[in-house]
Ligand binder design. Structure first.
Ligand code: ZN
Length: 173
């Protein structure tokens, strides 16, 4: 995973994102020269569903199909750039977990997968990648009729995870 992310850093990618989210700036300087690697890149994804005792939305949600929807959206946007997202699968791994807490810890993170934290559909859409690049990001709320995790919000935050900052993005008009 780390190798993939750092290879991503050295690639020139043109991705389409929206601008209406809080920005995160890159923490690492990207310096060359670098060997060009055009892909394909395969990125394992694990989804963490965060619910609270007062809003147990994940208990009432088909998390398998929600997870499939997240992967479907990411692949729809990124496959054209030779980036492929793969869910973890049984019997070796679970594709997702449900966490009932107001917070989550580093112990929830996977060392060999991109962790996506999904806080459900309530409220406006928000997303955080925390740093650029990163191995986890978080999305919450509804984006129009879609959960943020099925919308361009998750595409945007995963872009930060892959090393893309707003400076280098091409913005959707
Ligand atoms: Zn952003």
């Amino acid at each position: 995973m780390e190798r993939i992310i750092y290879q991503m850093l050295f690639s020139i990618l043109v991705l389409v994102f929206s601008t209406d989210l809080a920005g995160q700036m890159p923490d690492d300087q990207i310096q060359g020269p670098h060997t060009q690697y055009e892909g394909p890149y395969y990125i394992k994804v694990f989804v963490n569903y965060i619910q609270t005792p007062t809003d147990p939305w994940a208990d009432n949600t088909d998390l398998s199909s929600r997870t499939a929807g997240i992967l479907e959206r990411l692949n729809a946007e990124y496959n054209q750039h030779e980036i492929y997202f793969i869910g973890l699968t049984a019997p070796c791994d679970a594709s997702h977990q449900k966490i009932t807490a107001s917070n989550y810890a580093v112990s929830n993170l996977h060392t060999k997968a991109l962790d996506i934290f999904d806080r459900g559909n309530s409220g406006g859409a928000s997303g955080y990648a925390f740093r650029v690049p990163n191995t986890y990001c978080e999305v919450a709320g509804a984006y129009g009729s879609l959960p943020a995790s099925h919308s361009e919000v998750v595409v945007h935050e995963v872009g930060h995870c892959l090393g893309l900052s707003h400076t280098f993005n091409w913005f959707r008009p």
